[in-house]
Ligand binder design. Structure first.
Ligand code: NAP
Length: 344
């Protein structure tokens, strides 16, 4: 029997329910709870979750707080509890004039959720600064100390995202004392060229916040989960064909192929501002779907399906959700395109 409202626990503000919720505030409490044998779902800030139905299980909400700091000759280290707010932690480092996280300012969510998604923005990625992750296997209760290489980080992916059975209690960050700003992305590059001095971490964070405020809806005002789709990576051959047909198409070389900008593909098809029920494509950034007015999960799913189908039929590219879709059983293997008969 679903009894706990999740409306204020997900930044899309969808009105789903869960059977039960446990707020985990300490390692001692977690160790008493585990192993957990009934269905569970770990929730951080709820900024990357789309509840498509009521969830039949227990939500384990990571509410652990605390930051420890130390350093050696070359690095600053921060061991941060998983329930800390990501942006607040970024600004904590920036206030200390310690660089390395400033490009990741204003990404919604918690510190514990950051390694799961391997969050990234403006050419920086969590994997570049993650030293160690402490994670508990929820079904066995076993504590794992995972070094960076154990986390199998890749583009918006990690071991934790594939396994889904971990509760991340702490993340240790390793930030170089010899900091170099990462200014390779268009907007930061243009901005930095106008400066007469080398920017500080604070300067970069402020510029990132300015750009994000301009382009992205604030989830506290217009409910959303940030990027709804991942940027697709296609083969060199496919990218070449697309470039011939669409010379303006942005393409970026990755080790695994060519990355396309999902927002650009969606924008080309005229989706900005498009509404399905209470759900809409954001007018400034086509990669973001918003809960405009009392959207139901069905509105959001229908809009997402329409986008996936249109992008597939025009560009023969399959968009995958970056957001985690949760149905009554937990993580749903959302395969909207295949469901609709796409052939990739
Ligand atoms: P943008 O500058 O309009 O660029 C569109 C896409 O092209 C981005 O998603 C980005 O991929 C890629 N791109 C742009 N310049 C690149 C470069 N020099 N090298 C490699 N790839 C490049 O992007 P935007 O939508 O305004 O977003 C800016 C940044 O904020 C991006 O890094 C984006 O990922 C991040 N962001 C994250 C979220 C989130 O919820 N996770 C939401 C909004 C924006 P990448 O995404 O791989 O960087």
């Amino acid at each position: 029997m679903a009894a706990i409202s999740l409306q204020h626990l997900n930044t899309f503000k969808l009105g789903a329910f869960a059977d039960d919720l446990v707020a985990v505030t300490s390692i001692e409490q977690l160790e008493l709870l585990l192993p957990f044998t009934s269905p569970f779902l770990v929730l951080g800030g709820g900024s990357n979750m789309l509840f498509s139905e009521n969830y039949h299980g227990t939500i384990l909400a990571n509410k652990m707080q605390g930051i420890e700091q130390w350093s050696d000759d070359k690095h600053h280290y921060f061991k941060v509890a998983g329930g800390e707010n990501w942006h607040a932690f970024v600004m904590h480092c920036v206030a200390l004039n310690i660089g390395g996280l400033e490009n990741l300012a204003l990404i919604p969510g918690s510190v514990g959720a950051a390694p799961v998604q391997n969050i990234g923005a403006y050419g920086a990625e969590l994997s570049q600064v993650c030293h160690e992750v402490i994670a508990y296997d929820i079904s066995t209760g076993q504590r794992h100390v995972m070094k960076n290489s154990d986390c199998h980080f890749s583009y918006r992916e990690s071991y934790f995202k594939k396994q889904r059975q971990f509760f991340i209690t702490q993340v240790t960050f390793k930030l170089a004392k010899e900091w170099q700003p990462q200014l390779s992305y268009g907007e930061l590059k243009t901005w930095s060229k106008m400066l007469s001095h080398l920017p500080t971490p604070q300067d970069v964070a402020e510029e990132v916040m300015r750009v994000r405020h301009h382009k992205l809806p604030d989830p506290a005002i217009i409910p959303n989960v940030g990027s709804f789709f991942k940027n697709p990576v296609v083969s060199n051959e496919h990218a070449k064909q697309l470039k011939q047909q669409y010379p303006e198409m942005p393409q970026y070389v990755m080790s695994t192929g060519i990355k396309l900008a999902a927002g650009w593909l969606i924008d080309q098809l005229g989706f900005k501002g498009k509404r399905v029920g209470g759900a809409a494509v954001h007018t400034q950034q086509a990669l973001v779907l918003v809960n405009q007015t009392k959207a139901t999960p069905k509105d959001v799913m229908n809009l997402a399906e329409e986008i996936i189908e249109s992008v597939h039929s025009t560009f023969q590219v399959t968009l995958e959700p970056e957001v985690n879709v949760i149905d009554e059983q937990g993580y749903s293997q959302l395969d909207l395109c295949h469901k609709k008969g796409c052939d990739v």
